[in-house]
Each structure stands twice: as C-alpha cells, then as structure tokens.
Design a protein around this ligand. Structure first.
Ligand code: ATP
Ligand code: MG
Ligand code: MG
Ligand code: MG
Length: 476
C-alpha cells in the first residue's frame, strides 16, 4: 500500500465518523516558543487547552512534523525520521476513551478490501498506563487481543503531562511486532526494537498540581472537558504495509536513497556504515525539501540553522561515501518527485527550493575545500613530527570549517598519520559546556512561556535540537 493511500484511508475513516478534515499546518509553528511543528496536536493546542472554543467537536489531520531530537536515531533505528507525518484524530470534549480505542482497533484491523489497514491482530500489542483499569477493560472488550498482549506500563512511558500544573492523563500505545528474528520475546514492556510503536492514544483526563516532575504530581480531579489526542506514524505504518525493513525504504523516501547509492557507486545492503549514511541522506534531503517548501532557508540561527546542519550533514555523508562534487541537483528532484503527490507545493515551489538548497551546497563545498587545504598542510607537517595531527587543528577544522572528526580521521588515515583525539575531545567538551551555559541563559530569558507551550510540554524540543546538532561528530 502506497503511503498516499494510507494517508487517504486515514482521513476517509475519520471523516466518515464525524471528524472535520483539517489540512496539515506548516512545519513552522505559529508559536514562536516552538521551533517546529513536532506533533499532530500542535495546531490544535488552543482548543485542547480550552482557551479557545473548538470550531468542531472532532477533527482529523495528517500533519507534517520535524523532530530534531530524534536526529541521532535516524538511519540507525527503523523508525525515526527528522521529517515524518503524524496522522491524528482529536476530540474536544466530545468522545473519549471508548471511542478512541474502538476507532483505532477498527481502522488497523479492518481488511484492506474493506477500506482498513489490514493488520493481522496477531502482530499487534497494546500498552496502557498501569492504573488505567478502564482502558485495559476497553481493550479487552473491543479488541481480540489476548490478555497477555495488553501490558501495563508506568508513568515514564504511558502518561502525558506538561510538567506543569494543568491537564494530564494516561496514554495507551499500539505496537507492531516485527517477529522473532527482530529481537526478544515479551512485548513492548521489554523496550526492545522488535516492537515498533505505531500509534499513541492520549486521554487528557485530569487536572494536576504540585508538579515536582513529569512523573511526580498530585491529581486534583477530572477535567470538565476531556479530550482525545492521538498520533499514528504514517511512515511507520507504510514501512510495515510495504513489507520493507524501515521507514527510509518506503515509496516516499527510497528513491533518494537509491540515487545517492548510485552516485556513490555503492550497493545498499552491502555495508552497515554505508547503509546508515544512505538512510541519513534520504531522510535529510526530504526534510530539507519540506522545510524550504515551508519557507525556511539556510542561515546561522534558529530554524535556518537546523536546516543548514541537515543539508551539510547530507553533503558530508556523501563525501564519506566517496562523492566530492555537488549532489543536490541530483537528489532534490528525486525527493520532489516522491513527495509531490502528497504535497503539490514542493513542485510548485521547486524553483525556490532548489535555488536555496543548491546555493547552500556550493558555499559549503567551498568551505570544505579550504578546510582540506589546512588539513593537507597539517598532514604534511605531521609526517615529520611523530605522525600526528594536533588536536587543536582537528578542532579548528570542526569549528570553523564544519569538518566532523570522522572526516578528519579518514583523510589523515588515508595519508598514514593519526590525530590527537584526546586534545580534540577536551576542546569539544569545553565547547559543549559553553553551549550549555548559553542555552541555560537563553532559557532563563524565556521563562515566561505561554500557556500553550506549557500545555504542549514540548518547549524543550527547541533546545535539545540545537544542542544535539552542535555535536556533529556524535551525530555523523
Ligand atoms: P518513539 O518512542 O518510537 O520514539 P514517540 O513515543 O516519541 O515514538 P509520540 O510522541 O508518541 O512518539 O508520537 C506519536 C507517533 O508518531 C508515534 O507512535 C510514531 O508512530 C510517530 N513518530 C514519532 N516520532 C517519529 C519519528 N521521529 N519518525 C517517524 N515517526 C515518528
Ligand atoms: Mg520518540
Ligand atoms: Mg514512545
Ligand atoms: Mg509515544
């Protein structure tokens, strides 16, 4: 089943059940305190918070999302993209737990011929919050899951709150079992990658206070208007339904991976490190395409900085696969072709998108070339001096020329010299400490977060994203 077909079936299913279909909002969230739209619920926060009356009692959407805090997982797990699409159904004080559970089970297990997603119940597991007897009973009533495939889990995974006084509530998550070859028995409670989380149902049910942490608070009482917020990962369902190994191999992503492999003269599946790089490339090119389509352009701060790091990581990954020249003019049109059915704007805006992306690649290739001159000089010097490139040269290359340590090591190794990694590591740590202190100071200035951000509990995303992207050597 093509990704666009799953997308269509989702909206159809919920529209037939009284939900208003709401188009995806931009990746650039309206709220300045949130860098990107990180979940399907983000555009609905004013209604979920009760501050603005919802114009409809139920809604459904397929929302474009960016999560920079998952960047280190990209290409390594089968299920984490920096860009992905979250299918959501929402109730604003209308239906609650019972319908949310019934809808999810029905859509997942109705056969493909009858308009459903055609999952075999034998492959599904469910988790509920450990004290949520109601959800447990509802799953038993409305699904055919045997008791042992409904697991109770604690607050750390199965409770939604913002970490602030306000609304909160238990979650119930649905997992797909990749099978015995993929990991250990025992269900999602084992936290093994064998079980892929596909859908999260959040039951916003309580008012909480005395919040010491996300898992330590006091329940004041029930909310007058209980809400439903759910999120199903479109790419995760697509990779399972398409019978491929991971979300980078689905119809919307795989063509870019294949083109990158072709340019590098690599066979996908032959070498683990190369495969991870190819998956990162395919993921980040798509994120770049979608971000620029929503008006973000590369720069040194804010959203533009995140975009810049994603694009540069593609260039470096291609370099590490052995391709030195420009590749965006090859990769971006392929990504456009894979995405334009679902998002016609990427074709409409392609002139703008490609101009921004190709210019960034040109600039960065120039920076890399000047860095390589410095490294070449350092390598020649090292040959006569114990065969080691100084740690502060490696750091300068990282800091000023965007060289991840892997690239420096690789070039040095090719020339038969080593690199002083311990001095490099010390300098990196010092830089990290400075960045942390900086972020803390910035956060202090932003103490006055809007109630929206608090409700969302996602304000952290902005800073984690920055912090992690700064550690390019860890990231690559
Ligand atoms: P995981 O535990 O696998 O990281 P999550 O618990 O962080 O997922 P939620 O915040 O519950 O994810 O988001 C709802 C759904 O969105 C998930 O069940 C999943 O299907 C999908 N999803 C979340 N993050 C990603 C991502 N980075 N790439 C693709 N799909 C995602
Ligand atoms: Mg996650
Ligand atoms: Mg999870
Ligand atoms: Mg989840």
């Amino acid at each position: 089943m093509q990704t666009a077909e799953i997308h269509r079936r989702w909206l159809d299913f919920f529209e037939k059940r009284g939900h208003t279909v709401v188009p995806s909002a931009s990746l650039v969230s309206d709220d300045p305190s949130l860098m990107f739209t990180v979940a399907g619920m983000v555009p609905f926060v004013p209604y979920l918070s009760g501050l603005v009356p919802a114009p409809y009692p139920r809604a459904t959407s397929v929302q474009k999302c960016i999560r920079t805090n998952d960047i280190e997982e990209v290409g390594k797990t089968p299920r984490h993209g920096t860009f992905f699409q979250m299918c959501g159904n929402f109730s604003f004080g209308d239906y609650f737990k019972e319908e949310a559970i019934r809808f999810a089970w029905e859509l997942l297990t109705t056969s493909e011929d009858d308009g459903g997603l055609g999952f075999d119940p034998k492959d599904l597991w469910v988790t509920v919050y450990e004290d949520d007897d109601e959800a447990l009973a509802l799953w038993k009533r409305h699904s055919t899951l045997p008791d042992e495939r409904i697991q109770r889990l604690g607050k750390d995974t199965n409770y939604w709150s913002t970490g602030q006084p306000g609304p909160a509530g238990p979650c119930s998550e649905i997992f797909y079992d990749l099978g015995p070859d993929a990991g250990v028995d025992g269900g999602p409670a084992t936290d093994d990658d064998r079980y892929v989380e596909i859908w999260n149902l959040v039951f916003m049910q309580y008012q909480i206070t005395d919040v010491a942490s996300k898992t330590d608070f006091t329940i004041v009482g029930e909310l007058p208007n209980k809400n439903i917020d759910t999120g199903m990962g479109l790419e995760r369902v697509a990779f399972i339904k398409q019978g491929v190994q991971n979300m980078y191999e689905i119809d919307q992503v795989r063509p870019v991976l294949d083109r990158a492999a072709e340019l590098a003269g690599k066979t996908y599946g032959a070498n683990h490190e190369d495969d991870v790089r190819l998956r990162v490339i395919a993921d980040h090119v798509r994120s770049g395409l979608m971000l620029i389509a929503d008006g973000v352009t590369p720069s040194n701060e804010g959203r533009g900085y995140i975009l810049r790091r994603l694009l540069r990581r593609v260039i470096l990954s291609m370099r590490l696969l052995g391709v030195d020249g420009p590749t965006f003019p090859e990769l971006f049109p392929v990504s456009r072709d894979a995405m334009q059915a679902a998002y016609p704007e990427v074709a409409r805006e392609f002139e703008f998108i490609s101009r921004a992306a190709y210019a960034e690649e040109k600039t960065f290739l120039r920076t890399l070339a000047s860095g390589i001159q410095i490294l070449d000089a350092a390598v020649s010097g090292a040959r006569g001096a114990g065969g080691e490139v100084a740690g502060d040269t490696a750091f300068l290359l990282h800091d000023t020329h965007g060289f991840p340590i892997e690239l420096t090591l690789e070039i040095a190794e090719e020339a038969g010299v080593s690199v002083d990694r311990s001095v490099f590591a010390t300098l990196m740590q010092e830089q990290r400490d400075r960045a942390k202190a900086d972020a803390k100071a910035k956060k202090g200035q932003r103490a006055d977060l809007s109630v929206y951000t608090e409700l969302r509990g996602l304000g952290e995303t902005l800073f984690t994203g920055y912090d992690e992207l700064n550690h390019e050597s860890r990231v690559l």
